[in-house]
Design a protein around this ligand. Structure first.
Ligand code: TYD
Ligand code: MG
Length: 467
C-alpha cells in the first residue's frame, strides 16, 4: 500500500515544514501554512523503499543541428503581440497574472476569438465562469461568431483527455490555474500542491502536443501570483496585467519571457466594448494636463523599445506634524527619499519641514531611475511655486553626489517629445547633442544645483504668483 505522508506547505512561498506554525520561517508570511497529504506512491520522486527502475539511454544532440524554428501564433492584437515577442510560441506555456477584475478573461477571450477567426483551433476552459457566462461576454463584445471551443471544467485529467482528442488545438486558455485540480495529488484545489501538479500536467501536454497554453493566475494584494508563485519557474513566460481600478487603462508586462524581451509593455484601455489597444500611450498619459501650475514635470521615459511621456506631479507643503509625511504613488518611495536627500545635501533645498506628495499621472508606474531629474524638478517647482516651462520634457538620473548622469536611449526619448509638440529638453549634459538633431532646444544640467537654479528662479520666468 502506498505510504501517506503529511507535510505542511507555505501557500505563499512553497516552503515545506515538518509541523504547523503560525508564521513561515522562510518568507515571514503569517497564517499561510496548510497541511497537505500526499500518497508517496503517486509522487513523482521514488521513495527509498522501492528499487529504482533502470533508466533507458536517451540520445544526446549538439547545438549545431537544424534549429526548430519557433513558429509563432500572433493574436493580431499589436499590444499583445509586442509583449509576447511576436505571438504565442508553439508548445509554450504562459502564466498571465493580475488582480481579480483587471480584465484577464476579457483580454483572453478577445485574443482567442481573433485567433479562432483566423482558422486555428482554440479551446477556452473556464474554471470560474459557466460556459453560458463566457458566451454572454463574448456576444456582448461582438465576438459571438468566433469558432472558439468552450468548456467549463476544473478537472485536469478530463481537460487533458478532451484536448488530446482529435487535432491538437493551437491555443488553450485555462482560466484560472487556481481552480484546477488533479487526481495525482490529494490536496484541496487552490493549494500549492494542487496548483503545481495541475500546472505540471498541462505543461507536459503543451510540450508533447505543441499547443500553446495560457494559464491565468490571480495575484494577491501585495502583487504576488498567489499559489502559482511556484509555477513561475516552470512556465516559459510570465506576464502581468496591471492597472488601477480608478483608471481605464491597463498595462500588460512581460516579467519573464524565454522567447522575447521582458521590458516591452502593451497598453490597453477598458471600454464598454472590451479592451481597446492604445497605440500612442503618451497622448493618453499627458491627456488632461494643466501645464500652468507649479509642481508638474513631463518625464520622457522608455518602456522597452517604446518611448513614453508621463506627467509627474509633486506637492510640497509646510508640515503640521513632527515627522513630515512622504507619500508616493507610481514610483519607488526609497528612490524618492534619495532624491529628497540629494536635493537637501547637494542642491541646498530645505525640505525637512515639508510634507511631500508625489504622483505619476494616470495611475502609471515608473521603474526607471531616468525619472530622477523630472521628479527633482517637480519637487523644486512645487516648493518654489514656479511652473516648469510647459514646453519642456525632462529625463536624467541623479547620483548621490548630485551629478546628473546620462541615461540610455536619449535620442528616442527626444524624438517622442518633439513628436508631441515639446520644444525644450532639460537633460543631462552628456547627451545634450541629441536634442538638436531631434529639433529641441537643450537645457543641459550637470549638477542638481543647476536644476534648482533653472527651476526655482536662477533664470526667472513668469512666476505664477507676483511676489
Ligand atoms: P474580467 O476580464 O472578468 O477580469 P478578470 O478575468 O481579470 O478577473 O474583467 C472584469 C471587469 O472588466 C469588470 O469589472 C467589468 C470590466 N469590463 C468592462 O468595463 N468592459 C467590458 O467590455 C468588459 C467585458 C468588462
Ligand atoms: Mg476572469
Amino acid at each position: 500500500m502506498a505510504k501517506r505522508t503529511t507535510t505542511f506547505i507555505c501557500q505563499a512561498c512553497g516552503a515545506v515544514h515538518n509541523r504547523w506554525a503560525g508564521k513561515c520561517d522562510a518568507c515571514g508570511a503569517w497564517n499561510s501554512i496548510i497541511e497537505e497529504v500526499s500518497e508517496a506512491g503517486a509522487a513523482p520522486v521514488a521513495s527509498g523503499g522501492a528499487r529504482l527502475k533502470k533508466g533507458r539511454v536517451i540520445a544526446l544532440e549538439g547545438l549545431a543541428g537544424t534549429p526548430m524554428d519557433a513558429p509563432r501564433l500572433p493574436a493580431g492584437i499589436n499590444e499583445l503581440d509586442r509583449v509576447t515577442g511576436g505571438g504565442f510560441v508553439k508548445g509554450s506555456v504562459i502564466l498571465l497574472g493580475g488582480e481579480p477584475g483587471i480584465g484577464k478573461s476579457t483580454l483572453l477571450i478577445q485574443a482567442a476569438a481573433r485567433i479562432a477567426k483566423s482558422g486555428a483551433r482554440v479551446v477556452y476552459i473556464s474554471g470560474e465562469e459557466s460556459a453560458g457566462q463566457v458566451r454572454l461576454r463574448a456576444q456582448r463584445l461582438g465576438l459571438g461568431d468566433a469558432p472558439v471551443e468552450l468548456a467549463a471544467e476544473t478537472h485536469v485529467e478530463d481537460i487533458l483527455a478532451t484536448l488530446g482528442n482529435g487535432e491538437a488545438p493551437r491555443l488553450v486558455i485555462i482560466d484560472s490555474i487556481q481552480t484546477m485540480w488533479t487526481d495525482a495529488v490529494e490536496a484541496a484545489p487552490g493549494t500549492v500542491t494542487q496548483v503545481r501538479a495541475a500546472a505540471q500536467g498541462l505543461i507536459r501536454f503543451a510540450k508533447s502536443s505543441g499547443s500553446a497554453i495560457i494559464l491565468v493566475g490571480h495575484v494577491t494584494k501585495d502583487g504576488q501570483i498567489a499559489g502559482p508563485r511556484v509555477v513561475e519557474h516552470m512556465v516559459d513566460a510570465v506576464m502581468s496585467f496591471e492597472g488601477d481600478a480608478a483608471h481605464h487603462f491597463r498595462i500588460l508586462r512581460a516579467v519573464k519571457n524565454r522567447f522575447g524581451a521582458t521590458d516591452e509593455i502593451g497598453v490597453f484601455e477598458m471600454a464598454g466594448d472590451g479592451l481597446r489597444e492604445v497605440p500612442n500611450p503618451s497622448a493618453l498619459f499627458l491627456g488632461a494636463r494643466d501645464a500652468s501650475v507649479s509642481g508638474t514635470a513631463v518625464f520622457a521615459g522608455m518602456e522597452g523599445t517604446r518611448p513614453l511621456l508621463v506627467e509627474i506631479q509633486a506637492l510640497v507643503t509646510p508640515t503640521a506634524l513632527g515627522t513630515p509625511r512622504r507619500a508616493v504613488v507610481g514610483w519607488d518611495s526609497n528612490r524618492l527619499a534619495m532624491i529628497l536627500a540629494v536635493l537637501e545635501a547637494r542642491g541646498g533645498v530645505r525640505l525637512g519641514q515639508h510634507d511631500v506628495y508625489m504622483n505619476v499621472a494616470g495611475g502609471f508606474r515608473i521603474n526607471e531611475p531616468a525619472a530622477d531629474l523630472a521628479v527633482a524638478a517637480a519637487l523644486v517647482s512645487s516648493l518654489a511655486d514656479t511652473p516648469i516651462p510647459p514646453q519642456a520634457a525632462l529625463f536624467g538620473e541623479i547620483s548621490l553626489s548630485g551629478l546628473v548622469r546620462p541615461v540610455p536611449q536619449a535620442a528616442s526619448r527626444l524624438k517622442e517629445a518633439a513628436k508631441l509638440g515639446f520644444s525644450e529638453a532639460i537633460l543631462p549634459e552628456g547627451v545634450k547633442d541629441n536634442a538638436a538633431s531631434a529639433g529641441l532646444t537643450a537645457r543641459p544640467i550637470e549638477r542638481i544645483a543647476d536644476l534648482v537654479a533653472l527651476v526655482a528662479g536662477g533664470a526667472p520666468r513668469s512666476r505664477s504668483r507676483g511676489e
